[in-house]
Unconditional design. Sequence first.
Length: 391
Amino acid sequence: MTGNEEHYIQEAFTSNWIAPLGPNVDAFEERVASYVGVGHALAVSSGTAAIHLALRVLEVKPGDTVFCPSFTFVATANPILYEGAQPVFIDSEEDTWNMSPRALNKAFKDALLRNQLPKAVIVVNLYGQSAKMDEITAICNRYGVPVIEDAAESLGAEFQGRKSGTFGKFGVFSFNGNKIITTSGGGMLVSDDQEAIEKAKFLSTQAKDPAPYYLHHQQGYNYRLSNVLAGIGLAQMEVLDERVQQKRKIFDVYKTNLKALDYMPEIKNSLHTRWLTTVLLPPGTRMGPLELVEALSKEQIEARPVWKPLHTQPLFKGCKYYTHEKDRSISDELFKRGLCLPSGTGMTEFDQGRVIETVRTMLKPKVQLEFKPASTLVMKDDSLLRTGEQG
């Protein structure tokens, strides 16, 4: 929290706007739409709700298919199941760790032969990095299939001069507690299509028809964001760009001091927010990612493995999966070696120095990591950290 959240929350209480309506909600929608450069935004209870509403507006139904990356959190794919549709999983590529245009093209060609084009394609901008949206949207446009851009992890990122979340028919953001900015829980659906956003808003408020009584012809949902939480979002938006720079500085310190690790790349003409610093352990490392996570936990350091690919999850057994290369799954390779290092902007210099020292010690028997003494770690305020000093 920045401290300014209390101002907006107090306004909500003073004005008695507590429900999922109110000035903070309207202002938050306008602020996000203006920041990313789209015409319209809808504040909802979660990023998952936003994806679900996008699928509903696109009239995804039982028996339909939706293309979706395999290397992502399950929340990307669950809304497909809500509508009784079938996810078809697409592999990642090494350049971005995101959806592979090559694998996507293979999936489309196969779908055309079977006369079953997908109803939508969901693309994820993973860990703060944009996918190759130019190539992906070109493929989808060729087949006339709309794109839902899941930018839950990439608010503030850019690709070819455009903000993440603005390349598809819909963009989706998340303000969950672990995201780069938070409203505690919440999400946003954005689009340049005003009619589509109005339809989503109608569905998000229980699909109540305009009538002097409660009249309903369609199934709706209780998905709107509260005015109180939207107030938190307004204060968080004030520091979004600062948070991006903090995240990138954390990444730079890791990369400078743990050079033997392979870091998630940043593609040309883009801005990676480094929401999480994600790495691949080098071949021959004494510990795998899961073992390292457990060992770090014993030192009171929280790290996590990268996402376990969805095509390997029991929930999606039997779903089709298209790989980037024949007989080679990039998503599986990333999972076998991938690790998310502590990346919270609340970390002190001492905290990050201890993480670096601990990782170095744990991997040292098989992999010698180049490490600069903690006294040379320069953070955003240009102060120095010395091992053993608190604060």
